[in-house]
Write a protein that binds this ligand. Sequence first.
Ligand SMILES: O=C1O[C@H](COP(=O)(O)O)[C@@H](O)[C@H](O)[C@H]1O
Length: 239
Amino acid sequence: MIAPETLVFESSAELIETARARFVDLVVRAQEARGVASVALTGGSNGIGLLKALAADSGDICWSRVEIYWGDDRFVPATHPERNSGQAFDALLNHVAVDPSRVHVMAPSDGEFGDDIAAAARDYARLIGNDTVFDVHLLGMGGEGHVNSLFPHTAATAENVLPVVAVTDSPKPPPARLTLTFPVINASREVWFLVSGAEKAEAVAAAHDGESRDDWPCAGARGTEGTVWFLDHAAASGL
Ligand SMILES: O=C1O[C@H](COP(=O)(O)O)[C@@H](O)[C@H](O)[C@H]1O
């Protein structure tokens, strides 16, 4: 396993600016190598902050050649303010020339599957299939170590086969969510954690200490070519 890289910044703003510059570089290199880059976005404060920074400066990224997925989304109506995808459109996707056929939003609760969350999860699993490899999977993290909507001691966190599952009892509201699982996260070339705040320090330390993924889901996420922790001082204070 390749050792994770841990970068510590004075502030979230510095963390986001470095992640932005590295994201541009990674996507441009992926497009040079394979024509099309593939990314999984995250919600959360730094995840959306990164998208806003990219709206201001995305260098030489050719947005029409980026396949865009989400690591998780809340299973609420499409216009609900807590949709990770809605926030991503507001922050970035409405402001750059993406190819709509390459933007893969998880179904909302008023979409084609109505409130059938299991059908919505099966549909996104079909889309992801067994072959999707993200150039980078972005992750936020909760204080209890959740990534995507993979919370401690849950079936979703234990999932080793299905690429996407439905969560109906998320401890963090809203309770109904769709989430990618560890088999697909860990097939990503790179996995980047974007984490700030003292309330995340214990989980950051647990992941660096190699604790179990069941107790600390963040400890189970890694890329095949690299894992990068972008932290502020407060989040890194337990290291
Ligand atoms: O519930 C969620 O939370 C995490 C972390 O959010 P943050 O604001 O504490 O950074 C986020 O990454 C995930 O996508 C989201 O659904």
